[in-house]
Write a protein that binds this ligand. Sequence first.
Ligand SMILES: *[C@@H]1O[C@H](CO)[C@@H](O)[C@H](O)[C@H]1NC(C)=O
Ligand SMILES: *[C@@H]1O[C@H](CO)[C@@H](O)[C@H](O)[C@H]1NC(C)=O
Length: 189
Amino acid sequence: MLFLLSTLLFFTSFAASAPVLTISEEMEQIFQNLTTEAQEDYFQILFNDTVTLREMDHLLDQWAEKHGILDKWTAYSGKWETRKEKFHKTVLSVIENLPSAYRMMTEITSNRDQTINQVHEAVDQLKETYNMEVSMISFLSKMMVLNEEYIMNGGNVEIGNEVSQDLRRMRDYKKNRGLNALLVPGPLV
Ligand SMILES: *[C@@H]1O[C@H](CO)[C@@H](O)[C@H](O)[C@H]1NC(C)=O
Ligand SMILES: *[C@@H]1O[C@H](CO)[C@@H](O)[C@H](O)[C@H]1NC(C)=O
């Protein structure tokens, strides 16, 4: 399901200095030209929990054809596929590096013969090789600390407030079908 959610609301922009459209902006532009009914049809398909993902691809293609945007939709989907592959590959590589990066960070932070400045310097140095890993470990550590009791006693770790606005938007849409809440950017009410 996460993949589907991120199909719709994936915000990372292309690494380029010129203002290049992000995938989601592109999707938004395609969307703007559609009727509300066509937009609703889209989400009806996207949030249909009883079709296989392949059937969903097919239904979305049919949807695009019905609304005369098959070419734009195909181009969009193709770009998304490429991005998704690259994204998975990068994430997998970062995850594979996490254990060793975590050990290195722990080694740094448990050396009591350093000043705090030296700890920062050592972490910065580690970041030169493992930038993404260090960021991810910092993020995970925060979550782990917030869930210390669960970690120590076993049980489910709760992500709680870490859930992004976009995911909340999705959840609220599924609950009360407010298309506007889903499409209009800005803080949730
Ligand atoms: C939206 O419609 C306008 C006017 O017909 C058109 O110029 C524009 O290219 C369309 N944009 C997209 C993304 O379909
Ligand atoms: C999900 O898709 C199936 C097959 O197209 C359809 O029969 C069903 O009505 C859909 N469910 C919803 C909630 O749209």
